[in-house]
Design a protein around this ligand. Structure first.
Ligand SMILES: Cc1ncc(COP(=O)(O)O)c(C=O)c1O
Length: 447
């Protein structure tokens, strides 16, 4: 047999293997995950095909995935990396590159919310920039725009905001604030792939957008992420930071794309020094493997269906929990946004007859997975308590998020039966925690 024939047989068997579903059917009381990977035959086939090629480092699958995502998002460049955290690191480090006309420099201020994911913030700190923290709005859990405006000062050079749990912040206002302040703008879109603002995908408005392909997110490549930009120089710098900081832009295994590999004279280097070993940025190696990219490529085709199912699950939960609004702040979103929800956030109202911790414990005891909004008030986290920072206002909502907010899942692996079970368990819990009846008014004539 030829290698092609053997490969055909292997892939045929892989398809058969993938079609046998090992999971027992779900019953009430079984686990309802908050997120998870939804994979099928195409992912396994791509993965095995990439294994058989044994190229291993980023290659043909990565290129196709980048091109596919560029088309889907309508952007000039997608740069694959090995996580959403790496995407944020690349974006922030690239904004500090001397290749840019006016790079960020240590001591410059970056406006960002205090309720955040740790690796949205970490690269700001790691690059010697000073985060300026703003509060969030309850219901959207996105940075409060008035506070962003109030945070702008003479040292402001960038705004870095996540679209929290997929919910889109007011991109028009934030873009206008950034433009007026002459600030660079990074959208952390790790939770929001598929969300749009006025019909345009989020992640495409700022200087850079960042995406995560960790299994909890909208599509996965196991570990993975991407930096998105439509600016040619920004793309070149981001690729350089991802690829050791080198000046050369050849793909792995390729040489002399620039046609003058030994003809460069840069910095204090001897003329003709091999372009492959010229470094114009302080960089890393943050590339994923082609095996990861092969899985991501297959997932990309499913994104529209995943987004549709996330929205449908969100809507079913919203309809089912609406009558509990007296106890919970339900999610709020802008009419200009089509949200590709990462999860369904709820805040226990301070006057509710139960605490967040009580409801979370009860749900978890019923096998319903819950999560907090990431780091909560990140300034209360051990690692971030002592960082140099400026804080706008008192972060009251952020603190409330830390004590009263949590989320449950809406990912495409959830069925209507699972969602109905979640809704029923919320109601069962609320029934067991009715508010104490108000004291009866005194009847006239009696003491
Ligand atoms: C808003 C946000 N940014 C960044 C990340 C980091 O992504 P990764 O887990 O792929 O490093 C996450 C992860 O969940 C996230 O939610």
């Amino acid at each position: 047999m030829t290698r092609e024939e053997i490969k055909g047989q292997i892939l045929h068997l892989v398809r058969q293997y993938a079609q046998v579903d090992p999971r027992p059917s779900w019953r009430p009381g079984d686990k309802v995950p908050y997120a998870g990977r939804v994979l099928g035959a195409e992912e396994m086939i791509n993965l095995v095909e990439a294994s058989l090629e044994c190229w291993l480092t980023l290659g043909g699958f990565g290129e196709r995935f980048e091109k596919g995502l560029e088309t889907m998002l309508g952007v000039r460049d997608v740069i694959l990396v090995n996580s959403g955290s790496s995407a944020n690191l690349v974006a922030l480090s690239a904004l500090c590159s001397e290749m840019l006309k006016e790079p960020l420099r240590p001591g410059d201020e970056v406006v960002t919310p205090a309720v955040t994911f740790p690796t949205t913030l970490a690269p700001i700190v790691q690059n010697g920039l000073i985060p300026v923290f703003v509060d969030c709005d309850l219901g959207t859990y996105n940075a409060n725009v008035e506070q962003i405006e109030a945070a702008i000062g003479p040292k402001t050079r960038a705004i870095v905001l996540p679209h929290t749990l997929g919910n889109v912040f007011d991109v028009d206002r934030v873009s206008a604030v950034a433009k007026k302040a002459g600030a660079m703008f990074v959208e952390d879109t790790c939770d929001a792939l598929g969300s749009t603002w006025n019909g345009k995908p989020v992640g495409t408005f700022g200087d850079y957008g960042t995406i995560s392909f960790y299994p909890a997110h909208h599509i996965t490549m196991g570990e993975g992420g991407a930096v998105v930009t439509s600016k040619a120089l920004h793309a070149r710098v981001a690729r350089s930071v991802r690829d050791w900081g080198r000046d050369c832009w050849c793909d792995p295994g390729v040489s002399n794309t620039c046609q003058k590999r030994f003809g460069w004279q840069l910095g204090d280097l001897p003329k003709g020094y091999d372009h492959k070993y010229i470094y114009s940025n302080i960089g890393y190696n943050l590339k994923p493997t082609d095996l990861q990219a092969a899985v991501g490529l297959a997932q990309l085709d499913r994104l529209p269906e995943f987004v549709r199912r996330r929205r449908a699950n969100f809507d079913r939960l919203y309809a089912g929990l609406r009558d509990l609004e007296e106890h919970f702040i339900l999610p709020v979103w802008d009419a200009r946004a089509e949200v590709s929800w990462f999860a369904f956030p709820l805040t226990v109202r301070p006057k509710a007859p139960f605490t967040r911790d009580e409801v979370v414990r009860q749900l978890e005891s019923k096998q319903i997975e819950t999560r907090m909004i990431f780091a909560g008030n990140v300034l209360r986290q051990p690692a971030y308590r002592k960082i140099a920072r400026r804080v706008v206002g008192e972060l009251r909502n952020t603190d409330l998020v830390m004590t009263n907010t949590f989320f449950v899942g809406v990912y495409p692996g959830l069925t209507d039966a699972m969602i109905d079970y979640v809704v029923e368990e919320f109601h069962a819990f609320a029934r067991g925690h009715r508010a104490a009846p108000a004291a009866l008014p005194p009847v006239e004539g009696f003491e």
